[in-house]
Design a protein around this ligand. Sequence first.
Ligand SMILES: Nc1ncnc2c1ncn2[C@@H]1O[C@H](COP(=O)(O)OP(=O)(O)O)[C@@H](O)[C@H]1O
Ligand SMILES: [Mg+2]
Length: 827
Amino acid sequence: MFVSSTIDELAPERQAVRDAVLGLRLIPVMAESAARPHPRRDINRAYLRESHLFVGIYWQGFGDPPGVEEEFECAADLPKLVYVKQPAPDRDPRLAAMLARIQQDARVSYRIFGTAGELRHMIRDDIALLLSERFATPEPEPDPQLANVPAPSSPILGRDAEIAQLRKLLTDPDVRLVTLTGPGGVGKTRLATELAGLLAGAYPDGVRFVELSTVTTPDLVGAALAQALGLHTTAGRPPIEDVEAYLRNRTLLLVIDNFEQVAEAAPVISRLLSAAPEVTALATSRAALRLTGEYTVEVPPLPLPEPNSDYSDARTGAVRLFVDRARAAKRDFALTPQNTQAVIEICRRLDGLPLAIELAAAKVRVLPPPALLERLRKGVGTLSGGARDLPVRQRTLRNTIAWSHDLLTPAQRRLFCHLGVFAGGFDLDSVDALFGPDDVEPLDVLVESSLVKQEAGEGEPRFRMLDSIREYALERLRDTGLWHDAHAANAAYFLALAERLELLLGFEPSAIERLETEHDNINASMNWFIDDRDYEQAIHLSWLIWVFWWLHGHVEEGVRYLDQVADEASDLSEQATALLLVGTGAMAFVSGDLDRSQADLTRSRALLLALGDDGNVPAVSGVLGTIAMRRGLNARARELLEETRLLGERFGKEWVHSLYYSRMGNIALSEGDTDVAARIFEEGLEIAERSHDRLGAVVDLYSLAVTAITTGDVDGAEAYLREGMTHSAEAGDRGSMAFWLEAMADIRIRQGRLDRAVRLTAAARTLRSASTAVWLRSFAPEWPAVNGGMPGLRTELGEASFAAAWARGSQDDLGSAVRFALGLDPG
Ligand SMILES: Nc1ncnc2c1ncn2[C@@H]1O[C@H](COP(=O)(O)OP(=O)(O)O)[C@@H](O)[C@H]1O
Ligand SMILES: [Mg+2]
């Protein structure tokens, strides 16, 4: 940092600047113009080259020519902070002229001060802000390269030519967007996953895979992208902005599967690609996206042998796929000179469509190839008109699915149709619950027939249908007249699941992970209730899962649903309206929109009181009290919080007490009464632990840590942080982890363990992703960070150690970061 001023005045100011700068762990170079007989142009230049910031302090004098102006000019492109002391009755006209010029310069921060004390404050704040901005520019990286690309369960066949062509296209720097087109079942997704695996190493930040098949409207594309990228979204800010921010400084391949679902949202891709110049997109879609710069590659069916080829020439992609899948159905199946003609004929009749071939081959156990061919001739109909004949191929696939379906028994068909309702796959529990445990046998048959796929992976088995098959299942469901009942049953099932999990949310990480696994199904239920105009159930569901929305960064999604209900529902009961407003108010609160939150909660409190539903009031007044407190209206805050306590006691809601205590402690803390604050937080913590209110305990522990650090008790603060972090992790609270890590980093700075601080900060930034507002931030007091933080650390640690620690932190995942913060992993 280069500080320029004249020597014969401003001595106390220079001292103030020096203090402020040293306090930020930066090194000031004090250049005092006119102190020396000769201009020190070269020396100044050398110093300025080493500096990141120019600070000019001016009052009346100009110094001997070229005076302070020379240093100012030398600073060229550095960020410049200029502080001018007033009043200045005897200002040198040369200085006055120079200042007049500087004031016109939009790139210079120009501020007036009176006393040295004032200057010290100004300068400290300005520098900290400036440095945090400078520091914020380089985004840390990367997550594991192939993070979310689905693992293929068998090798890809017959795609050498396409892979070579696409590899070349995708690694060409001029190509930004490639779309794989073709009918359902032709192998677009399979080819895209293969390329993702092959090319992961070619992009420094790897590959991200986004699957849009459960996205129902174009508006949700941004949210789906954010979710697939693992970003926590916030209300009040479109998720696409978070996605943009995330992609902006990354070099990666973004694979987007099933774009045809939301064709109108194609411009979103253009927008992302222009915001993120180092991102290449690979989309799959039944039709081209029609964007400028788009390269479309039509995925052809698998290569077929010529009719009547003999056994030795028959092994093209299509035949190999048939043999592979037939072997899965019948272990000893083999291509022989005797069955070759029938197999070739089957593959040709199915147009080389991989999905159709899979469905047919699955029947080999009961139907040897000649018999299979016979059945297909009748069932699937005539041969298509050639390789480029798209509509015919679609018909071929449809007919093959129908054919496979027709071979099922009535019970199997019923199950098949219903399974189409699941939006994001399903597990055996769900099938048991909806169809009774006896119906697992039909599921076996569906899996054997390739109509349902078992997902790869350890643990509880999960199943899903390929899109084309799911579409057919839903079509049949409509035909059988069971559409409404099946959807209602699914929605009720997931509502019941949410009911069972509700009390565990915030306690049992497995409960919240379960909801995450069923996220698409839960959303489908929510959509069903809303579409079915069953708004009270939609509101009920939101009351069951709000903790999940909070802790897993889905607040924006929650707001969207609740707003939709508010918009559409005209005849809600007053009770339901009040609960809806509690929901929208609470979501607005945690995403930082205090005005909206206050408006909604004030209305709902009035409604609840008028209805005599006093049991729900304490939580509402607790949040309203928090808002009053945040606005500095402590008296009003205390009133509201008293209401929380009184009604909470009356209705035996213990967790509400801990809300009361943590708020009251906050007020004391904001009034500087740390002793009282600590006592109140302790009481709150005791109550929270007694009533197993884990989130309450998390807030109290964080608040206690803040209180301890405020009084300079670093060890005490660390102990609270460790405990709170453990609670948070045990509650599955991903959203807050960045705050714990940042606070822990600050502790490490105070302990002089700087490399640890750097790694923790880097991990916190990675985990915090693009958005920052999470629930803990809304309830706990702000962490008083010790100083300017990172920039000072960079200087003190030296570039190499800093970079090494930063790199390690950037690669931490949640688990390793927490272990490191708790000292369980020595680093
Ligand atoms: N080249 C291939 N090799 C092996 N299996 C394939 C190949 N292409 C497609 N498949 C299989 O065929 C089925 C349909 O392919 P998929 O990629 O889902 O089609 P699409 O995305 O075009 O609808 C899947 O089960 C897939 O694994
Ligand atoms: Mg697909």
